[in-house]
Design a binder for this molecule. Structure first.
Ligand code: ATP
Ligand code: MG
Length: 366
């Protein structure tokens, strides 16, 4: 079991890990996802103490491995790491690469290390390659050797940092198959990956890293199908977001229209959907809300989900309860309602912008 308690890692000009807290159980297979630069690699490197945390604790089976008195080589025996760039020794053969650490660190005999190495090569589909040098192998084969080398230390915990992202696309599958096999061995695994469908297929937990910590933690179903937090949802659905703020009586609606056009172009949104987003914006703000609300600012956000081919336009405003369905411009309301997938209104008195009109626009309209 690994416990991360208020784990912090500060660099000179960034603090990717501000406060990471979690418990990783034996046998957990965890995918770590998140935008670039959120500290995914740093987290793995801290867990096996390749990077020294600047705060907090890492408890490995109850022992604080960040304690200066602790001998970190003890922790590294229990943990193996697979890197994006393989990190094989070029001057050693495949089998020598695999035998090195078991003989050096675990003090295994040459014979024993050799036999384990041969069995592992077979396991990763590379039987007969033992006397080749890394440069004679493809990227996918090198990564499978790197995995065999990690397994040769029989670690309890395996950390993999984007193990397939340096590979030619044709080789991703073979390495993923080996990792999938490994996930069935009951070892604890943490894998940083951008391949969501792969993550989903092998893991029992997903960490979404953001804002210096584990921003959301759940099963693959929870995180991929039903994320609870906004940023997770945006990341999962690759949402593209745009915001407009209508805050003065001379608001430039024409300028806003061309901003929407540009946003749609950047986001690769079809002309059909673009037209509906503009219509929604104009009917909702210019016709229905602006004349009634007079000086109350309106915040409009447009989100587009590539995965779902769906745009959501939210208009939020304060100034007391006002449902546009009950407003004067019922014609605009009907026109809009008839041309979109969904039009709904909610009121939440606890929020400053207490009114929300939500419009859903689908590529494939009902
Ligand atoms: N050795 C280092 N020295 C200084 N800053 C570092 C170091 N390693 C990482 N950082 C910084 O820490 C932040 C997190 O980096 P990290 O590599 O952990 O992100 P990541 O989530 O793995 O990103 P990616 O998806 O691009 O691999 C970045 O801002 C990076 O510049
Ligand atoms: Mg990284």
């Amino acid at each position: 079991m690994i416990e991360l308690v208020h784990l912090e890692k500060k660099f000179e000009d960034s603090t990717p890990l501000k406060d990471v807290n979690t418990v990783i159980n034996d046998g957990d297979v965890i995918s770590i996802i998140g935008p670039s630069g959120t500290g995914k690699s740093t987290l793995l490197r801290c867990i096996n103490m390749l990077e020294k945390p600047t705060g907090g604790q890492i408890l490995l089976d109850g022992v604080d491995i960040t304690d200066p008195k602790y001998d970190v080589t003890m922790a590294r025996r229990k943990m193996g790491m697979v890197f994006q760039s393989f990190n094989l020794f070029g001057h050693l053969t495949v089998i020598e690469n695999i035998m090195l650490a078991p003989m050096d660190i675990l003090k295994k005999s040459r014979q024993e290390a050799y036999e384990t190495g041969i069995a592992l090569l077979k396991r990763v589909g590379l039987a007969g390659r033992e006397h080749q040098y890394p440069e004679q192998l493809s990227g996918g084969q090198k990564q499978r050797v790197a995995i065999a080398r990690t397994l040769a230390m029989d670690p309890d915990v395996i950390l993999l940092d984007e193990p397939t992202s340096a590979l030619d696309p044709t080789m991703v599958g073979e390495v993923q198959a080996v990792i999938r096999d490994m996930a069935g061995m009951g070892k604890t695994m943490m894998i940083v990956t951008h391949e969501m469908s792969f993550a989903r297929a092998i893991c029992n937990r997903v960490f979404f890293l953001n804002q210096g910590g584990i921003y959301e933690d759940g099963t693959p179903e929870q995180i991929f199908d039903n994320p609870q937090k906004d940023l997770t949802r945006r990341f999962i659905h690759r949402l593209k977001v745009m915001e407009l703020f209508i805050d003065n009586p001379d608001y430039d609606f024409i300028g806003a229209g061309s901003e929407i056009d540009q946003y749609c172009m950047r986001s690769d949104i079809s002309p059909r959907v673009k037209y509906r987003i503009r219509l929604t914006f104009e009917e909702l703000t210019q016709q229905m809300l602006f004349p009634v609300l007079s000086r109350t600012p309106i915040q409009v956000t447009v989100e587009y989900s590539e995965a779902e081919e769906k745009a959501i336009v939210n208009a939020c405003y304060g100034g007391g309860r006002f449902d546009p369905a009950e407003g004067e411009n019922s014609l605009s309301y009907k026109v809009l309602k008839g041309s979109v997938e969904e039009l709904s209104y909610t009121y939440n008195e606890n929020e400053e912008l207490s009114n929300t009109v939500r419009v859903v626009i689908c590529e494939k309209q009902k």
